[in-house]
Design a protein around this ligand. Structure first.
Ligand code: PLP
Length: 387
């Protein structure tokens, strides 16, 4: 295996992965020491000093700048949210759509981004689906665009089979046809390099509890700040260009902030944002490209092992259109999950098999331990049959 970074040193930061064969980053991250320390610092400060809020806010702004750097965006283009679902709902409701307009999506994409758009039916807006195929690119959408199509929304990486859709090609199509473009990068962020500007997206949303390594309950939303016609459906003092200094709400000055802060409402999930700052330091110190390459190499090893065992891979096989870190093996989940759990191997059940998902801390030996467990059971079943 090529050594892109010191994986053994990284493993020491994630105690859970020394105890389990953790192949479930597509579900949630195991917590790392830097994240735990950031959370503990917040608790200690709140507990002992009732919290220096101005310092907490400064730390939040530093984290915002790190999120922006990760996506090649400006800090003013990043809003903090609760999760992907909230980001997608904010995005869907900010698009200037009218009854009769339609939005194109991929059938079977994650429900947490799909419902945000399906719910626009209440406003007379239709969501139309292109079929989920191994490759989703501009050609998948082009024939479906009509005079009333105003937007395309999709995930970058699928949770259920590890497709990696062509976000840049579809972005070029949106530009050519003057369509709004909304992306869900929940399964990709932290593992796949993403250039927000190059996608041409107006909004990009995500949560942070997978590749970004923090506990559930924090998300973000990138907004292309040139698109000032995209206004928030919800408003609080903090969303305004000039929040009232006397804390009295007035109807005559409700212009939204010129930053992505226009999409933020109320107080923030400060402990999680601080934890995200620590996680992003770790990710930056390794480099997303290195994490991606490491996962791709482990994925090649996994695919070769599955081939040897005669187990089909559900979803794309080639690096051009597969995610580096999400693989589904065609093994019936109901028959395999308990067995693998007993063997100390953590994976997830999926629509068409079991999902093996990788992170920066996984090694070739994790992949081999999974394959060995599967091999043992298959050969035991074969011997029982022969007897
Ligand atoms: C593509 C995708 N979007 C969204 C989510 C989760 O949505 P939320 O962050 O709102 O919980 C997941 C998985 O949990 C996902 O795989």
């Amino acid at each position: 295996m090529v050594k892109y970074f010191d994986v053994q040193a990284i493993r020491k930061l994630f105690p859970a992965v020394e105890k389990l064969v953790y192949l479930d980053s597509g579900f949630q991250t195991p917590l790392s020491r830097p994240v735990k320390e950031a959370l503990e610092t917040f608790i200690r400060e709140g507990y002992e000093t009732a919290g220096p809020k101005s310092i907490w806010i400064d730390r939040m702004e530093a984290t915002r700048a790190k999120v922006a750097r990760l996506l090649n965006a400006a800090p003013q283009e990043i809003a903090f949210t609760k999760n992907t679902s909230e980001s997608m709902n904010i995005a869907a409701n900010a698009l200037p759509l009218k009854p009769g307009d339609n939005v194109l999506m991929v059938h079977g994409d994650h429900p947490n981004n799909t419902y945000a758009f399906l719910n626009l039916k209440r406003k007379g807006i239709e969501t139309r689906f292109v079929p989920m195929t191994e490759v989703i690119d501009a050609d998948s959408f082009r024939p479906r665009i009509d005079a009333n199509t105003k937007a395309i929304s999709m995930s970058h990486v699928t949770f259920h089979a590890g497709h990696r859709f062509d976000i840049y090609g579809v972005g070029d199509l949106c530009k050519e046809r003057n369509l709004y473009y909304v992306l869900d990068i929940m399964q990709a962020v932290g593992v796949v390099p993403i250039d927000a500007k190059r996608t041409g997206a107006c909004f990009i949303g995500s949560g942070t509890h997978k590749g970004l390594l923090v506990p559930q309950g924090l998300g973000f939303l990138y907004w292309n700040r040139e698109l000032t016609e995209l206004e928030p459906a919800y408003l609080a003092a903090i969303s305004l260009a000039t929040p009232p200094s006397d804390f009295i709400a007035r109807p005559d000055d409700m212009a939204p902030a010129p930053t992505a802060g226009r999409f933020e409402i109320g107080n923030f999930n400060l402990p999680a944002i601080h934890a995200l700052g620590a996680a992003l330091d770790l990710i930056e110190s390794i480099g997303v490209e290195n994490i991606q390459n490491h996962c791709f190499d482990l994925g090649d090893r996994l695919i070769a092992g599955l081939d040897q065992l005669g187990i089909a891979l559900v979803g794309p096989r080639h690096r051009e259109n597969r995610a580096p870190h999400i693989y589904v093996a065609a093994l019936p989940a109901a028959e395999w999950i308990d067995f693998l759990t007993e063997k100390g191997v953590r994976v997830s059940p999926e629509r068409d098999g079991i999902r093996i998902s990788l992170g920066m801390f996984n090694t070739a030996s994790d992949v081999d331990r999974f394959l060995d467990a599967v091999r043992q059971r298959l050969s035991a079943a074969r011997s029982n049959k022969a007897a």
